[in-house]
Ligand binder design. Sequence first.
Ligand code: TYD
Length: 144
Amino acid sequence: MSENVIRFNIAGDDRGSLVALESNKNIPFDIKRVYYIFGTKPDVSRGQHAHRNLEQVLICLNGFVKIKLDDGTASQEIYLDKPNEGIYIKDFIWREMSAFSPDCVIMVLASDYYNEDDYIRDYDDFLREVRTVNQYMRTELEDA
Ligand code: TYD
């Protein structure tokens, strides 16, 4: 899978640290929604879905979490534990979050409003849809 970790510049001084996030600058889309996940119970797994038309950046502001990303052909696991590091997740990527530390706070920036119809919540449906999309992209490239 392609490199998808974004490292944010820390505007640090002797008072501490500050990170600024800006649409279409260090965040590669227009930010329309921000949500955050905290107080996650031990041994819980979240996510387990993909989106059809949504870009997101996940940032672990506090604590740590394990993120599994799967594009239908390959998967990778990333530990997020730095408030100046984010993962960019484009559409048609299956994601699972687990191993939340008790103090974990994840902030998610999203390119669109919440829309349940944009979710693919069944893994077999995801594989079917992602294969169709990849096949379509290959055909478009061959025809270009
Ligand atoms: P869900 O997508 O299941 O969370 P996760 O993928 O992190 O496991 O969302 C949990 C609940 O929150 C669900 O009832 C939908 C609601 N929700 C919103 O209302 N707005 C949002 O932006 C998100 C992401 C979820």
